[in-house]
Write a protein that binds this ligand. Sequence first.
Ligand SMILES: [Zn+2]
Length: 86
Amino acid sequence: MGNLQNERDAEQEWADNLLRQFGAVYDCDTHGYAVGSSDEEALEKAVRSGRAAPYGGRHPDEAEALLRKARRATPDFCPGCSAGSK
Ligand SMILES: [Zn+2]
């Protein structure tokens, strides 16, 4: 019971960490919100790394899908910054 949920959380965390590691996702310095970088190359690097060493022995395609999904789920702009506090 609850194992599937834990497994999904762990996958999410893996994807999130990888995206951050390559700069595809970062935290706004001012507000601390997770923001997706517009740097496509950062995402591609994270995807290449993820495919080379997928989480939990998954298929590389699954690893890539996880990473792309996690990136899509992250807003492109910090909600605090886009509220106009520049
Ligand atoms: Zn911000």
